[in-house]
Design a protein around this ligand. Structure first.
Ligand SMILES: [Zn+2]
Ligand SMILES: [Zn+2]
Length: 385
């Protein structure tokens, strides 16, 4: 929508001009008081001309009057990414250090752990084959047999077998309704919502209370702060005290991360959560509206209208009618008002907020179909959900 090259580029944040310096972008180096300049649509247009600061050449924002801050990814999306990388993965790694009774090394990534173990076996095997002294070969082959047994054991441990701490933890999480389809998967947004409930934090603490190391303790504390952040990101206007609470939770979250994972790199999601979510909250008094999730119901409405105008043979005319209906009869504004009594308090936001969001959503919704209608815009800017 903005024509930003996403996280792989040097200016990895689509909201500000923060530079992702290789080797320097660690949590330990993160200074939350130092903020880079915010991007604006004007800056986007300027940078699109030369393709600089991570903006795609010839691209640029689709909607010129929507402030760049309003393009911030949804909070659940941010929190899920941050949870998986800075809570779930390190927790897994540290619990594995307790559970692991093999000689293999446990890495943060489960796949890598198993792969490195397999590589070690391969290397030993090659060693045995190439060795010409029979007695030495025998020793290596014995070792190889042992490694094979250990690999079987390792496979059990990484997925959490009976008696391990990890199994207890996953059982506790499953009792909350958060169970992954496969062991190699990360948790989805809905899982993370459950895991970051007060109950989720409590059961996690319970399971790990006898195994606590300072590192696990710091991870648990950061999980607790993330719970507060999640809780205050719901679809509700926040009071001043709650805004302060949110502010404090982010600050504490950062300080616990500095304890638990100082050398970890800062992802765009973490950067956005730490540097931008608070500014947006102060502007808009809520983070719950900051996503298209609230207007997902438009899908149904859109389909209904499409059926209604099915008699228009020409696609162009039909979608024009649908659009007209959606925009002029303000169904988005109406349904939001019905859903939220605070609508009137936010009325001044409607123009800057709902309408553009609604347009963005609409664009996503009918992109495939509507490309007929706005082919030139469509080809210039591809929508990535
Ligand atoms: Zn930024
Ligand atoms: Zn949608």
């Amino acid at each position: 929508m903005l024509g930003h090259k996403k996280q792989s580029c040097k200016y990895f944040c689509s909201t500000c001009f923060e530079e992702n310096k290789r080797g320097e972008n660690s949590i330990g180096n993160m200074d939350e008081t130092k903020k880079s300049e915010y991007r604006t649509t004007q800056f986007y247009q300027r940078d699109a001309e030369s393709g600089s600061f991570g903006v795609k050449m010839g691209s640029g924002p689709l909607l010129k009057n929507v402030s760049v801050k309003n393009y911030l990814p949804g909070m659940l999306h941010l929190i899920t990414g941050v949870f998986n990388k800075y809570v779930f993965e390190p927790l897994w790694q540290h619990v594995m250090k307790i559970d692991n009774d093999t000689d293999f090394i446990i890495f943060r990534d489960m796949k890598r752990t198993v792969k490195e173990a397999e590589m070690k076996i391969e290397a030993t095997k090659k060693n045995a084959e190439e060795n010409e002294k029979p007695e030495e070969r025998e020793v290596i082959e014995l070792e190889l047999g042992m490694l094979h047994q250990q690999l079987c054991r390792l496979n059990e441990i990484v997925t959490g077998c009976e008696g391990t701490v990890w199994k207890k933890l996953e059982d506790a999480w499953e009792s909350l309704g958060a169970s992954r389809k496969a062991f190699f998967q990360n948790y989805t947004g809905n899982h993370v919502k459950l895991l970051l409930s007060q109950k989720g934090v409590d059961v996690t603490r319970n399971v790990l209370q006898n195994t606590r190391s300072p590192k696990i303790e710091a991870i648990l504390e950061s999980m607790e702060q993330l719970h507060t952040v999640m809780h205050l990101s719901r679809n509700k206007l926040l009071e001043d005290t709650e805004i302060e609470e949110f502010d404090a939770a982010i600050t504490k979250f950062v300080s616990f991360l500095k304890c638990s994972l100082p050398s970890d790199s800062v992802t765009v999601k973490l950067h956005t959560l730490v540097f931008h979510s608070r500014d947006v909250l102060r502007d808009q008094l809520t983070l719950g509206r900051l996503s298209e999730q609230g207007i997902e119901a438009t899908h149904a409405l859109f389909n209904r209208l499409e059926r209604r105008f099915v008699s228009f043979r020409c696609k162009r005319t039909r979608y024009k009618q649908v659009l007209q209906e959606l925009l002029c009869n303000k169904p988005a504004a109406q349904s939001c008002a019905a859903a939220d009594a605070a609508y009137w308090r936010l009325r001044r936001h409607i123009l800057f907020f709902y309408v553009p969001l609604f347009l963005i959503h609409l664009y996503a919704l009918c992109f495939g179909k509507i490309s007929v209608l706005c082919g030139s815009v469509g080809s210039a800017l591809e929508y990535k959900s």
